[in-house]
Design a protein around this ligand. Structure first.
Ligand code: ZN
Length: 353
């Protein structure tokens, strides 16, 4: 029984309740008593009889927080919300523990496989994906050479849904913004859509593009994410924010600054998820081979004097500090990392010359 259904069945009774999300308390209080404390919030449903008040940690309350999202309109009419398990969209978003916000269809599977694998077939962890752009203008050859840009966008949307199904994501949202809108700092639509999503879940880990990526749309999506996160109350911000690899890897990061993500779990799933995006692969880009190859290369080339601890690694940049200190400029942050890289290279040359 899912959380929403359980809430319906509770009626106006208080007391303990045991469900898939574990045992939790429903408390019948009069409204005045409940309002005197910040620890309880009202039930989202108006049942006859005394009001039920939920502790803030109650899974039902998380549904209440995000109840609006089922009616929520994202700014683009083409936006697509897909819940592979048929769960209510609001609850599917609320239970998300690992969230990836990426620019294009297939980026999620390239950059956030660690989160997908960590949540796969788990009841206590849920991965969700957000794709911000509409996927227009991708290069194409072979069977996709003659189809229109609109048809290509539909193909890419379907491929992303297929990946979400295969990876057992909690929810897959495709916001369908034109790339130009994503790249415009004065266009508020992307930021507002992201605020809606981030307000409706409490991910432990958020995977985003890293600010040293060489694709403009990727960097723009990262900047819109950062703006959205910084606009949220501190307690609503993701606990950890990781900048991931797609266009340009992070091998250059000094080892002490690298977050090494073990992505060796379920290699068949990793391969299948990348293989879903046939329109991109047939379009002349072997992202599937390249991504698995990069992960294997990272694993072997990470530590020169140690045997491989993993068969596949992905590197990430820990960006959490940027979400905690609003005055920290992202350019300064990245420049300092590049300076560390420069110092590492020149120090070795100086020492050995
Ligand atoms: Zn991309």
């Amino acid at each position: 029984m899912n959380i929403t259904k359980r809430l319906l069945n509770i009626g106006n009774r208080g007391g303990q309740h045991l469900g898939r999300a574990g045992r939790h308390e429903h408390i019948v209080l009069d409204a005045d008593a409940a309002k005197r404390t910040v620890r309880f919030v009202p039930s989202l449903r108006k049942a006859p009889g005394p009001a039920i008040w939920h502790h803030r940690d109650c899974p039902c309350v998380r549904v209440a927080y995000v109840h609006g999202i089922q009616r929520m309109k994202f700014s683009q009419s083409q936006a697509d919300v897909y819940v592979p398990g048929g769960f209510a969209a609001a609850a599917a978003l609320a239970r998300t523990t690992h969230l990836c916000i990426a620019a294009h269809q297939d980026d999620v599977e390239i950059m956030a496989y660690q989160g997908i694998a960590e949540c796969f077939e788990r009841e206590d962890r849920w991965f969700s994906g957000v794709v911000v752009s509409n996927g227009a203008g991708s290069p194409r050859t072979g069977p996709y050479a003659m189809i229109s840009d609109e048809e290509m966008q539909a193909v890419r949307r379907r491929e992303q849904r297929r990946a979400a199904r295969l990876g057992a994501y909690s929810i897959q949202i495709q916001l369908a913004h034109p790339s130009a809108a994503v790249k415009s700092p004065v266009n508020a639509d992307v930021r507002e859509d992201l605020v809606r999503i981030l307000s409706a879940c409490r991910p432990k880990v958020l995977y985003v593009h890293n600010p040293a990526d060489k694709h403009d749309t990727h960097v723009a999506v990262f900047l819109r994410c950062l703006e959205a996160i910084r606009s949220l109350p501190r307690e609503q911000r993701p606990r950890q924010v990781l900048g991931c690899e797609v266009w340009r890897d992070l091998d250059w990061l000094p080892d002490c600054e690298k977050v090494a993500l073990d992505v060796s779990d379920r290699p068949q799933l990793a391969k299948a998820l990348l293989g879903v995006f046939k329109s991109q692969i047939a379009g002349g880009k072997r992202y599937d081979v390249a991504t698995l190859g990069r992960r294997a290369a990272h694993a072997s080339y990470f530590a020169p004097r140690a045997t491989d601890a993993s068969l596949a690694l992905a590197f990430a940049m820990d960006l959490t500090v940027l979400t905690k200190i609003e005055t920290l400029d992202v350019r300064t942050y990245v420049r300092d990392l590049i300076r560390e890289f420069r110092d590492d290279v020149t120090e070795r040359l100086d020492r050995l010359s």
